[in-house]
Ligand binder design. Structure first.
Ligand code: BES
Ligand code: ZN
Length: 853
């Protein structure tokens, strides 16, 4: 048991900081086990706070060497979480604090604060890592300009802002833009840069560098290209230009998250920077493009305008996700991007919202803030902004954003500030809309319809289920974009946006020539579950004719879901309607190949488990897995000639390009070959594997073989070919786990953890072996409980070295209450075993505690 139960922090308890920071100077004398950090901080009492406070500085795991106030040495006694200088010892007005501390980057396995990754020094300070570097008011509403001096023999020494001066064994950096400590960064290493240049619309010349290890220089071109396109896009679409003389990106191998937006010095997990056609898949390229853009966009939405406190996290993350989604739509295809985003929203956020970890986009309390970088804060947060844009319209959205930037540049803001600019720009009261930020749970919208005398009436009812700690829900403003289709597929009523703002509302469409088919929630206009029962014929009509590409996809998806439910529950088989509709769709050359590839994917195991659960059933992972296998085989047999034609037709002549067109063609080819494998014993997949000259096809073909229980030889060949490439070895591990036969999965993971390449302290590697079980639900949920035990054992072990990563992966268990009693008992046992560990981290304690309820 944890000896001290950590206390939650509450939004309602927010107090402004008693002291502000005018400027900071930091000196780092780097040494692996004994780095010295000297801080010189000028404090000033905050005119907006009550006077007479003690000075409280955050600090964790710091060895204090000396402290001075206005130049005079003082004795200060740090406690577990920082130190306090009593008010009576503080000089009047402005004063200077100086401290020297010692830290050990080499021993820092949590990868938060200053740590080492294969010989290079790097930092990760969001959310509360700066306090592991020196004593400081480590909160986002304290913003200051930083000067940094780094002393080290390593050749490349980087920090935020602009380079100030440089000598043998040292470098100085100056960041003139006031920033919170969470945006501080430092990197030192033997690195090489891929360099380029950008001139902003304001005429500023910016040096662009992507810093990598020697040997990786040839894998930076795509990231650089994505960076330049992001810079142009933010100027053209949001009117935002970059504001320093350099923009540095560094790739590191050991990183908890994807990437971090430190001012002028973004630090990236190397998997989101490095790419070559032979080693990266098309979806890796898309992730790189997206994350480069996301972190760059934070320069305005996050850095120039930051969060007042961490409850406001979605202010920067939801907005920046929305911006990266818009960017990706502009770069590639809006409709395909929307489908992909909704699939992830449902797979991750709806899953979270329907279980014990449900929380509002703006939570009211937390124990460990690292646990709140969630799908709800990110993805649902982005959906709220998409709804705002739909409700107020494009022009007013633009006006609201202009007002936001003009009014709040340089400030630490709240969701209230954000809503206020929309209220002003749109001249509209948004207090009901604001409930979306405070109310957890995915709203259900139930549809009923009436057709009489040429008049169609649509009745919508909304209801949000209970979530932990929030039993009473109020009605939300739900924009429902809809249109009406005729029996011939022609549009009778084009897209209009209905605003559902009460528990129940009816909308009547008079004078129609015939009974329409309603296409509701076009473009997935709100993050809700829509319960609209349509006949298979109506769904087939929408799949063939809806003018809204999202709803075309959705119609096919709903058909597949209903069939799979019937297969699981009643042992039914897919009827000819569905197969005919799929056949027409696959061969329809008017449709984007990327769209066809997506529409050929049937719902995944976890998706089916959640929809079955929502329909009142206890999902059986084995039955779901079996139904999917049967459905895939029947589809493959029924569509065999079309799949073969499409696989042959989707050539991509010329040199490899990761652009949307070629990636879409490869996606359709790989999807067709994967389905065919279930009808031709993997013949075509083996052939594709043998001649693949890019990772998308090589990995796709190998996966197709693994999925039908073969591909051992190809796996050995894959490993021999790529043993020297860490990022590809991650793929080698995870593919085996994902496709392992359910009964063998835990044993395989166990065996892979004995592999010499299983470096469990590296987050990417840990995730690619242990985390990959999450992509194999039938394997994870094997009835002997071996999957549960294995995951719990490893979470306990990882928690001791890297609590943040361990706590994130504990969400493998978040859906546990969906399952049967036997499985629930096994999982409960493992969760309780985790909970009973000595020295359990605050991160893990909070997650497991919430899951146990
Ligand atoms: N600010 C975050 C990185 C971060 C997350 C730091 C959690 C500390 C704790 C960054 O902007 C981010 O959101 N990164 C995402 C990727 C992004 C494209 C959604 C990530 O790292 O997963
Ligand atoms: Zn972000």
């Amino acid at each position: 048991m944890r000896d001290t139960t950590p206390q939650p922090i509450h939004l309602a308890d927010y107090q402004p900081p008693p002291f502000l920071v005018e400027n900071v100077a930091l000196t780092f004398r780097l040494a692996p086990t004994a780095t010295r950090v000297i801080s010189e901080i000028r404090f000033r009492p905050n005119p907006d706070a009550t006077p007479g406070h003690d000075l409280r500085l955050d600090g964790e795991g710091l060895k204090l060497i000396s402290a001075h106030l206005n130049g005079a040495e003082i004795t200060a006694r740090p406690d577990q979480s920082g130190l306090t200088i009593p008010a009576q010892d503080l000089p009047e007005g402005t004063f200077d604090w100086q401290a020297e501390v010692e830290i050990s980057p080499d021993g820092n396995t949590a990868l938060e604060g200053l740590y080492m990754s294969r010989g290079m020094y790097c930092t990760q300070c969001e959310a509360e890592g700066f306090r592991k570097i020196t004593f400081y008011p480590d909160r986002p509403d304290v913003m200051a300009p930083f000067r940094v001096r780094i002393e080290s023999d390593l050749p490349v020494l980087l920090s935020n802002g602009n380079p100030a001066s440089l000598g043998q064994g040292w470098a100085e950096w100056h960041d003139p833009h006031p920033k919170p400590a969470y945006l501080f960064a430092l990197v030192a290493g033997d690195l090489v840069a891929a360099s380029d240049q950008f001139t902003t619309m304001e005429g500023r010349d910016v040096a662009l560098n992507i810093w990598v290890r020697k040997g990786d220089e040839d894998k930076t071109a795509y990231a650089m290209d994505a960076l330049k396109r992001s810079m142009v896009w933010d100027e053209q679409v949001y009117g935002r230009a970059y504001d320093l003389d350099v923009f540095n990106i560094v790739a590191v191998d050991d990183f908890n998250m994807g990437a971090m937006e430190n001012k002028g010095l973004n630090i990236f997990n190397s998997r989101y920077v490095l790419a070559s056609p032979q080693t990266a898949t098309d979806s890796d390229y898309a992730s790189i493009e997206r994350i480069i853009a996301h972190e760059y966009f934070h320069n305005w939405t996050g850095n120039r305008i930051t969060c007042r406190d961490w409850f406001q996290l979605s202010l920067k993350e939801g907005l920046t996700v929305y911006r990266d989604q818009q960017f990706m739509g502009d770069m590639r295809s809006h409709s395909v991007k929307r489908i992909e985003d909704v699939l992830t929203l449902r797979a991750r956020q709806f899953r979270e919202d329907d279980g014990p970890l449900a929380h509002p986009v703006r939570p009211e309390s937390y124990v460990e803030i690292n646990n709140f970088y969630t799908a709800t804060v990110y993805e649902k947060g982005a959906e709220l902004i998409r709804m705002l844009q739909l409700l107020v319209g494009q022009d007013r959205y633009k006006a609201a954003l202009d007002l936001y930037f003009a009014r709040h540049d340089g400030q630490a803001c709240t969701i209230e500030d954000w809503i206020a600019v929309f209220e002003e720009a749109a001249g509209r009261d948004l207090s009901q809309f604001k409930r979306w930020y405070g109310q957890a749970g995915t709203p259900r919208v139930d549809v009923s319809e009436d057709w009489q005398d040429g008049s169609y009436t649509l009745t919508l009812r909304q209801h949000t289920p209970d979530t932990p700690g929030q039993p009473l829900k109020e009605p939300l403003v739900i924009p429902v974009a809809m249109g009406l289709l005729g029996a011939d597929g022609a549009e009778m009523v084009p897209t209009t946006v209905l605003e559902l703002d009460s528990p129940e509302q009816s909308f009547t469409f008079p004078d129609l020539p015939a009974r329409p088919v309603a296409s509701l929630l076009r473009g997935f206009s709100a993050p809700v579950v829509l319960n609209h029962s349509l006949s298979p014929e109506d769904r087939a009509l929408m799949l063939a004719h809806d003018t809204d590409p999202f709803n075309r996809f959705e119609a096919g998806r709903a058909l597949a879901r209903d069939i799979l439910h019937a297969m699981v529950l009643e042992g039914a088989t897919p009827g000819p309607d569905y197969l005919n509709a799929l056949r027409t769709m696959v061969s329809d050359e008017a449709l984007d190949p990327a769209f066809r590839a997506l529409a050929l994917h049937i719902p995944g195991q976890d998706d089916l488990a959640s929809s079955l659960y929502a329909a009142g059933h206890v999902p059986d992972p084995d039955a779901i897995q079996a139904a999917r296998t049967t459905a895939l085989r029947l589809i493959a047999e029924a569509l065999r000639p079309q799949l073969q034609d499409v696989a042959n037709a989707m050539q991509t002549p010329g040199p490899y390009s990761p652009d949307a067109r070629d990636a879409g063609r490869r996606a359709l080819k790989v999807q067709a070959v994967s389905l065919l494998a279930r009808a031709d014993e993997g013949a075509k997949a083996a052939e594709l594997f043998a001649r693949a000259d890019n990772m998308t096809e090589q990995l796709g073909a190998w996966g197709a073989l693994l999925a039908i229980g073969i591909g051992q030889e190809e796996g050995a060949q894959f490993y021999r070919q790529w043993a020297q490439d860490r990022l590809v070895v991650d793929k080698w591990f995870s593919a085996q786990v994902m496709y392992a036969a359910p009964k063998a999965a835990a044993g395989l993971v166990q065996q892979l953890t004995q592999h010499p390449d299983f470096e469990w302290k590296n987050p990417n590697r840990f995730r690619s072996v242990i985390g990959a079980l999450g992509a194999n639900p039938a394997g994870f949920h094997a009835t002997d409980g071996a999957g549960y035990k294995l995951v719990a054992d490893w979470l306990i072990r990882l928690d001791g070295v890297n609590p943040q990563s361990a706590a994130r992966l504990s969400t493998l268990f978040e859906t546990w209450r969906r399952y049967d009693e036997a499985r629930q008992a096994l999982i409960r046992g493992e969760l309780e075993r985790i909970m009973s560990q000595d020295n359990l981290s605050r991160d893990m304690g909070e997650m497991v505690g919430r899951m146990l309820g």
